[in-house]
Ligand binder design. Sequence first.
Ligand code: ZN
Length: 141
Amino acid sequence: MSDHINELYDKDGNLIGALLSAEAWTAARTVVLDHLGIVEEPQVKELAEPTQDWETLKEYWDFQYPVDTDVQCEHCGNATEDWAADEPRKFRLTSANLAGLVSFKCENCQSKIVKKHFKDEIKTECTPFQAEKKQNKEGRY
Ligand SMILES: [Zn+2]
């Protein structure tokens, strides 16, 4: 149709959707959202902490050491012995899964801290916050 719009059809020839270029989407976005009555969430809204995932991980803990609650930020030096006990939080839990991957965001400098739980040791990675990356996130797939 055009470089900007790719209509998608199923095997019976029914229109099921369309892929728009960034330029086309930017032009049409407001109209589409209004038409469908979609209210945009404020972009700064913090996602709720996935504490249930953390609880599940603790429940099925099969590592050769006790549950660890300490978090350190190598980037700015922020540290806590028990992230869940801090009020206000020094670190926010951003993800946790049964494989033992637990991520936090440093509330001081926005760095991402990932604790990888292996059978007999924990490896921690600290990735400084990159503002540019976050801005470009929208529209990527
Ligand atoms: Zn930090």
